[in-house]
Design a protein around this ligand. Structure first.
Ligand SMILES: Cc1cc2nc3c(=O)[nH]c(=O)nc-3n(C[C@H](O)[C@H](O)[C@H](O)COP(=O)(O)OP(=O)(O)OC[C@H]3O[C@@H](n4cnc5c(N)ncnc54)[C@H](O)[C@@H]3O)c2cc1C
Length: 316
């Protein structure tokens, strides 16, 4: 049995299936397990050692891990699909979305920023940082950015501010995250949307924003509208976009991908056993759920492990 993605979902499905006696191999691009939990939450919130403890335990049960292995590059999906009895897709949402406003190519993206600081060489930050986004990831980015500023510019005046479409009452980050960010000195600009990153001589000078009229339409769909003429300019020498992530299915060849059905909210459609519409492929975690958290990914994995067990026993 093969698992693609060693996030909380992939690790859990591997664990549950190993306990049932199956041979399990887990593939992941990263150098270790944990998925987004490994590279996302900053070190002060989630140390890598605590993740490795769990991964090592699962490995000690006999689960095989192939880290630093990107499916679609180091091994093809077709090969895995052909050689294993079933496959679990736990690939999460690993690509940061961009605002695509003018000069957005000058902005950092949340995930590479967090990853580089957690398992890479670290990022040289600016003195005045603007984080676009109002969710928990934006809070992690802002709080990490402010810590880096204090380390890199000790004793100097530094500022990290967020700007979000959502006003306080609908800000997606949890109250706790917002309160902690405020307590650490993060500034907030709720109810403003990005219009353009201002650049002079190749250097970021700030973010031009426009006032938000509404974020959702009458059907509750995300469809922001703006008062284009009501502008605000936020000064800053670094912009980080933290406005959500999307999955990367590019490793699945077209003829197989075409068989994979999605929900209207663009999530992979699964049945009550965690099975997708693509034969012998199961899925769970962030590519399936609307609430993007580790506990839901683990719950999916538990359900899928039962479904996979039934499937492999022949009750297909
Ligand atoms: C900054 C940040 C902070 C967060 N904080 C929390 C928190 O405090 N609490 C909480 O519950 N949740 C938190 N989350 C959300 C949580 O990390 C996710 O909901 C959860 O990790 C999703 O698990 P998953 O199993 O779907 O896969 P993911 O954790 O997304 O992992 C997917 C894995 O698949 C691998 N992969 C993808 N494509 C390929 C490929 N082609 N080949 C090989 N490997 C591949 C990736 O490398 C990755 O390791 C946070 C997320 C972020 C980004």
């Amino acid at each position: 049995f093969a698992v693609i993605g060693a996030g909380p979902g992939g690790l859990s499905v591997a664990y549950f299936l190993k306990l049932k006696g199956y041979e399990v191999t887990v593939f992941d691009s990263l150098p270790g397990g944990g998925g987004m939990m490994r590279i996302g939450p900053p070190l002060y919130r989630l140390p890598i050692e605590s993740i490795d403890k769990d991964v090592n335990y699962i490995a000690s049960l006999g689960v095989k891990f192939k880290f630093n292995t990107t499916v679609g590059k180091d091994i093809s999906f077709e090969e895995i699909y052909k050689n294993y009895d079933a496959v679990y897709l736990g690939i999460g949402t690993t690509v940061s979305r961009s605002t695509h406003v003018k000069n957005s190519d000058k902005a950092y993206s949340a995930l590479p920023f967090l990853k580089e600081n957690k398992i890479g060489k670290g990022v040289k930050v600016g003195r005045e940082i603007i984080v676009i986004g109002g969710g928990n990831v934006a809070m992690d980015v802002a709080r990490e950015a402010l810590r880096l500023q204090h380390i890199q510019y000790p004793g100097e005046k530094v500022v990290t501010k967020t700007v979000s479409l959502e006003d306080w009452d609908i800000m997606p980050a949890t109250k706790e995250e917002i309160e902690e960010a405020k307590a650490e000195g993060i500034q907030f600009n709720p109810g403003w949307g990005p219009k353009e990153i201002k650049v002079e001589d190749g250097k970021v000078k700030g973010l031009l924003c426009m006032k938000v009229k509404s974020v959702f339409d009458e059907q509750g769909r995300f469809r922001p509208t703006f008062y284009e003429e009501k502008e605000m300019f936020l000064e800053g020498d670094m912009v980080i976009e933290a406005i959500g992530q999307v999955p990367d299915f590019s490793f699945i060849p077209k003829e197989l991908f075409d068989k994979l059905e999605f929900t209207p909210r663009k999530k992979v459609k699964i049945d009550e056993n965690g099975k997708t519409s693509l034969p012998k492929v199961f899925a769970g975690g962030d590519i399936v759920n609307l609430n993007l958290d580790a506990v839901t990914a683990i719950a999916d994995a538990k359900r899928a492990a039962e479904g996979i067990d039934l499937y492999l026993k022949g009750d297909k």
